[in-house]
Write a protein that binds this ligand. Sequence first.
Ligand code: FAD
Length: 426
Amino acid sequence: MNQQIYWHTTVEMPGESDLTPLPDKADVAIIGGGFTGLSAARTLAKHGAKVVVLEANTIGWGASSRNGGMVLTGLKLGMDIVLKRYGRDLARRLFQYSLDSVDLVEQIVKEENMDCGFARYGHLLVANKPKQYEALKSEVDFMEREFGHKVKLVPPGELKHEIGSGSYHGGLLDEVSGGLNPAQYVTGLARAAQKAGALLCARARVIKLERSGNRFVIQTERGIVEAGSVLVGTSGYTGNVTRRLQRKIIPIGSFVIATERLSDQLVAELSPKNRMIFDYKHYLNYFRLWDNRMIFGGRAAFFPENDKTIARSAEILRREMVGIYPQLQDAKVEYAWGGTLDFAFDMMTHVGEIDGLHYSLGYAGHGVAMATLSGKTVAEAMLKGNINEHPLAQASFPGAPLGLYDGHPWFLPFAGLWYRFLDLVE
Ligand SMILES: Cc1cc2nc3c(=O)[nH]c(=O)nc-3n(C[C@H](O)[C@H](O)[C@H](O)COP(=O)(O)OP(=O)(O)OC[C@H]3O[C@@H](n4cnc5c(N)ncnc54)[C@H](O)[C@@H]3O)c2cc1C
């Protein structure tokens, strides 16, 4: 088994052989070269702004080329919680935002003629326990009544038409969601941003940020850039250059394995409609097919990716996968990798301005579509100077309770145990 990101074998990722020189000055500097940064760069450049993307590694290196490629409606939090917490008006704006985010991915893929396999495959949430299925029953009416959104209940007896596994107790289907190959998508987005006129600078880790009058002086590993404004799109890799933001984001590892190519017959049995599938657990599993491979992810370890957490997670994920699909007992796992998610303490995505810096963070595993839209809409708000009107800027961006967090998530092992416990008893 290779500790390699399978998606990277399907496309030529932006490299570092041709390091774009840093400009001395820019209207906007964007920190982070993933979906957020590239989508924002494309929008700003299209509006005529001089934009530079500063990426510590290579463009697309972060979560954006490592994820499951699920282009999902909704937020990380259930809409019932969002409605209770924020009221009907904001909840409706937020849900609409999530639908717009899927539409935007589709639109960009078309406009930019991207070859990334985007299609509206639909997502399927499967119930691990019968009582979870009971809870799903009320979702159909709730989503229609409150958000005018149609989802379909899949009773246990009909689940075999959706998934070739006997592990689940029914499910909920949302046919608006889609799927794509994330490495191909982020590569396409990078090309689109460049075509619009943005400069994409790899190996340009930002190491210091200072204000000088109404401008920013940004020190990178490759030199200094001066910019009128800055957008932070560093997601789970947010570091101490933006310390106040780092203290609001918990980096959490998520891991993925890819099997060898499977037969057409087996593929048709595992997921006859090629859905984006995930389960109900806190320690959730998510999986889908691509090019006849089962791409199976989960939060097997809570800590971010390194050789050890990837090797351990690969074992755990294989076990989980075979538990769900005994048909894959003999399937060879060819690739295993990990990436880091960004969770805010309230599990919401937040955009706004802090110390004069614009940011868009906290996608909590829902960033393929959301980061694309947030990058675009935050860029537009930067041009108009109205970030406070953004739907994701309406809730305050909380830090840790009692300020007990300095950016090093010491509590993750305890949180991991707690969530395993909840998965047992809930
Ligand atoms: C394993 C995994 C599976 C996932 N599955 C899904 C899924 O199926 N569907 C979904 O919607 N979401 C999923 N996600 C989440 C989604 O991938 C992210 O929300 C999204 O990619 C975030 O994009 P981004 O541009 O904000 O951040 P990233 O793509 O993580 O990019 C941030 C970049 O910032 C750079 N950076 C950090 N510090 C600095 C610095 N000081 N200077 C310069 N650059 C810096 C990093 O090098 C990195 O490249 C998954 C994530 C992971 C890890």
